[in-house]
Design a binder for this molecule. Structure first.
Ligand code: GAR
Length: 216
């Protein structure tokens, strides 16, 4: 069976990229990574692409006069690689409305909170400051606003009394590495349909991936 080609966009460490690379290496996984694109040449995650022999490119946003020109360059690279899906794996640039409309329901983003709570940066510090008992992570289809769009899958992670930012981030990250491949697999096998704000997985509003994970 032909696998769906995905492009993975990163800005830094790339641990979610690594989780996607590992998932794609499993026999029968419905997607393959055709391109890794970073907006920063020094992104450590590029090493995962090199090690796996995956085509990779740096498109530095600072080289472009505006967001639209940067987005167009990304679109051209992704299309040249034949990708049909885009995964934002710690890609810290906003994509504009023209691009997100062109790729509507074909861009997946991961964010380390239970959206729509705690969008944006410094998520774990704000979670701790707010005193919430649960946090987690979300994979969603991308809309122009930051960390916004129909939710594909979420996993909850309890906040422990002795958590600091780093400990909490690490526990959430290990769950991110499980749900991003899950969501990519669903998208690549055509199991997802978007109805307004809702993502329907195989016609069911409660897919198996929506789980609370107290052991994480
Ligand atoms: C991840 O925690 C991801 O959820 C977050 O950046 C980190 C990237 O780590 N993304 C966002 O905050 C998007 N708003 P990684 O480079 O090791 O995958």
């Amino acid at each position: 069976m032909a696998r769906v080609k995905a492009a993975v966009l990163i800005s830094g460490r790339g641990s979610n990229l690594k989780a996607l690379i590992d998932a794609c290496a499993a026999p029968g996984f419905p997607a393959e990574i055709a391109l890794v694109l970073s907006n920063r040449a020094e992104a450590a995650g590029l090493d995962y692409a090199r090690a796996a022999g995956i085509a990779h490119v740096v498109i530095d946003h600072r080289q472009f006069p505006d967001r639209e020109a940067f987005d167009a360059a990304i679109g051209a690279a992704v299309e040249a690689a034949g990708a049909q899906l885009i995964c934002l794996a710690g890609f810290m640039r906003l994509l504009g409305p023209v691009f997100t409309e062109q790729w509507r329901d074909r861009i997946l983003n991961i964010h380390p909170s239970l959206l729509p709570a705690f969008r944006g940066l410094d998520t774990h510090a704000r979670v701790l400051a707010a005193g919430v008992r649960f946090t987690g992570c979300t994979v969603h289809f991308v809309r122009p606003a930051m960390d916004d769009g129909p939710i594909i899958v979420q996993a909850a992670v309890p906040v422990q009394p002795d958590d600091d930012e780093q400990r909490l981030a690490q526990r959430v990250l290990s769950v991110e590495h499980r749900i991003f491949p899950l969501a990519l697999g669903w998208a690549a096998s055509g199991r997802l349909r978007v109805d307004g704000n809702h993502v329907i997985v195989d016609g069911c509003q409660e897919p198996e991936g929506v789980f609370i994970n107290p052991a994480a």
